[in-house]
Design a protein around this ligand. Sequence first.
Ligand code: ZN
Ligand code: ZN
Length: 96
Amino acid sequence: MQVCCAILLCTLMVEWLEKTSSSHAAPLHEWEQDSTDVHRIHTGSHEFTYWKNFMRHTRTCDISQKVKTIVYYCDLHNHTKSESIHVETVHSEGHS
Ligand SMILES: [Zn+2]
Ligand SMILES: [Zn+2]
């Protein structure tokens, strides 16, 4: 008798847990693009040579990464999330 009750209670518990967890897992967000921001991150420098007036010149070129950050805002829960996208690698001396 007691065992039966325990099993029944257990089944009910599992059912209840499944119900609550599935309703929690539903990702019901309303993400809306809030703002975008483009910034550069300096990642290093290197030397490169070029020819000008039959002379060999050496210059230092700074390398930076252009990163775009998009901020999303969820009106339902009043929270934000952000996403960063690498746009391009920029060389300060503009060489190829
Ligand atoms: Zn949300
Ligand atoms: Zn460069």
